[in-house]
Design a protein around this ligand. Sequence first.
Ligand code: SF4
Length: 209
Amino acid sequence: MNVPAIAKKSFDELQKKPEFLCIVKKMLKRLKKISNALERARLIHKSIEEYNQEVFSHPLVKELSPCKLGCSACCHTQVSVTSDEAELLAMHVNNGLEIDRERLKSLMLAGNDDDKYFAIPYKDRACIFLDSAGACRVYEDRPSVCRTNAVLGPASQCDTSRTIQPTRLIRTPKSDMVTYASFMFSKTSGSLPHMVGKALLIEVEIAAN
Ligand code: SF4
């Protein structure tokens, strides 16, 4: 499973604490009862939002975090999604949301390889769901990673146009446990372009290293 690094870090640190492990177990139990992929993805996103509230409702976080609709500073990085999240995003495209399919294909060529992805010129590795003004066009259904990749301080610290720099991430450990459960549950997961492309039945030939 391609668990996002932040969720894995939280799980590794907190799995021995019953309060946190319980979140993973409960989530897995609930996911097993739902047969529809879109419903599962939305349940995960709803739970993350509920746990995020505990963190993001703090006055200092409200004041100092730039992360909101319209900020796209982190939307030029690799985002891991589950197959359920890929289905949810593909649904928007199948329902008429226009995307640049040629650019999607070129992003799919990077597969799940970070080095290949970051070798793509900055402007060409913008998420296929960003609009020209830099807003997310699937904000309500954005993946778990996009909901937990939040920072304190200026958005410029998330800019990967010149380098990949460490950012002052806001810790969201309970939401990370939910994300971890969703990746545990998912049969497949991977980078957003790769997974969404697959869900849209787009095929590209990925060269072996
Ligand atoms: S899905 Fe939305 S929030 Fe996530 S990387 Fe793409 S544009 Fe940004």
